[in-house]
Design a binder for this molecule. Structure first.
Ligand code: NDP
Ligand code: GDR
Length: 378
């Protein structure tokens, strides 16, 4: 039975990858940071009491900023495969925490590579590094593929640039099986709530139920190549099953503006939104409501009206330096890995909106029954 060690297990990709590898028969070890509250919601369905027999999924405390911890964990687990998914992964937040981001997202990668080398596991342990389309940053050429030059545009991307190159260097210097997945944006119903897609699908659901008035966003014209995280974790695994380690772009090849993603999310709920105005004054207004669809979804029609402003721009969400356009060319992955995404953008939007609508309704139902919060301070 193969053993995998996943850093970032509590994140979106960590959860989907753990589920994927467990289905493949792996023993999965996840690295989790200590936090004052449990933050294992995404992986609770995979967890079993470690006292039960034959437990295939185990969690360990750890942190990418702590080398001795990583050395001990890797020694203990002796993994066949390490998936380094842990990172301070929010681009905007990286402008506020640049040093920490460099430590975790850049030097953290080195710590893993060094641990494997020091423990003499270079021939046994294969390493996947979560690299990113943010490396392309300021557009040099489109679509972006493996040979496209990098031009990072945030402390996050610069840290990931170090991670990318240190993986290449250790592969060349020590013959390690280490590779970079240059993954374009991938989303899902368990995407972090502050990334733009999830922020949109949650807000659209709340607005449709009359629980929120308006969605405030930043740059509506940014274009992203959005795929589904479920498809992308399969590509990570495929990269570690090849004869030789190589780096791969993973993308859908379709790019969409934030504005169009918003339109699609509202349309899913039977609400048509039209945008007008420019830059900071741009806004999205309801121009049509498909009442049949809205009623079928249990929306609050009384709370929705034509002409209602449901999207506004708030410059606080602008970035000091922006990545305007990402569109990936994953031909190498199609040919060499035999990878192809199963979800298109429409299927992704539907999956996210329906899941969020359900979640918001559930929260509201619990709130009405007085069950959704425990008020410790009353
Ligand atoms: P998430 O933000 O959902 O998850 C990040 C994970 O890393 C969380 O489990 C988090 O733990 C953990 N983490 C953060 N800092 C540390 C640290 N210092 N030590 C240990 N663990 C830490 O990200 P995603 O799942 O979306 O992304 C996974 C990886 O892929 C990241 O490296 C990201 O940069 C990269 N990536 C993501 C893309 C995407 O579109 N999703 C595209 C390309 C690359 P906690 O729960 O405690 O915060
Ligand atoms: P990104 O994702 O920066 O591409 O990084 P995010 O969803 O945060 O932003 C995408 C684009 O939308 C614009 N935007 C907003 N973004 C957020 N978060 N909130 C807003 O209100 C908003 N309004 C407009 C942004 O400016 C940007 O252009 C993600 C992360 O998962 C990284 O870890 C990963 O490496 C890359 O994707 C590929």
């Amino acid at each position: 039975m193969k053993k995998a060690l996943i850093t970032g297990i509590t994140g979106q990709d960590g959860a989907y990858l753990a589920e994927f590898l467990l289905k493949k028969g792996y023993e999965v070890h996840g690295v989790k940071r200590r936090s004052s509250l449990l933050n294992t919601d995404r992986i609770d369905h995979l967890y079993h009491d470690p006292h039960e027999p034959d437990v295939k999924f185990r969690l360990h405390y750890g942190d990418l900023t702590d080398s001795t911890n990583l050395i001990r964990l890797i020694q203990e687990v002796q993994p066949d495969e390490i998936y380094n998914l842990a990172a301070q992964s929010h681009v905007k937040v990286s402008f506020e925490t640049p040093e920490y981001t460099a430590n975790a997202d850049g030097v953290g990668v080195l710590r893993i590579l060094e641990a494997v080398r020091l423990l003499d596991l270079t021939k046994k342990t294969r390493i996947y590094q979560a690299s990113t389309s943010e490396l392309y940053g300021l557009v040099q050429a489109v679509p972006q593929s493996e040979p496209t030059p990098f031009y990072p545009r945030s402390p996050y991307a610069v840290a990931k640039l170090y991670g990318y190159w240190i993986v290449v260097n250790y592969r060349e210097a020590y013959g390690m099986y280490a590779c970079n997945g240059i993954l374009f944006n991938h989303e899902s119903p368990i995407r972090g709530e502050t990334f733009v897609t999830r922020k949109i699908t949650r807000a659209a659901s709340k607005i449709a139920l009359g629980l929120q008035n308006c969605l405030y966003v930043g740059n509506l014209s940014a274009q992203r190549d959005w795929g589904h995280a479920k498809d992308y974790v399969e590509a990570m695994w495929l990269m570690l099953q090849q004869e030789t380690a190589e780096d791969f772009v993973i993308a859908t090849g379709i790019t969409t503006t934030v504005r169009d993603f918003i339109r699609m999310a509202f349309i899913e709920l039977g609400i048509e939104v039209e945008f007008s105005g420019k830059d900071e004054n741009e806004r999205g207004v309801i121009i049509d409501i498909d009442e049949e669809r809205a009623l079928a979804l249990g929306l609050n029609l009384d709370a929705l009206r034509f002409g209602q402003t449901v999207v506004k721009v708030d410059p606080r969400y602008f970035r000091a330096t922006e990545v305007d356009l990402l569109i990936g060319d994953a031909t190498k992955a199609y040919t060499k890995l035999g990878w192809k995404p199963k979800y298109d953008l429409q299927a992704l939007v539907t999956d996210m909106v329906i899941a969020d609508l359900h979640l918001v309704k559930k929260d509201e139902y619990l709130k009405k029954g007085g069950f959704n919060t425990l008020n410790y301070f009353e």
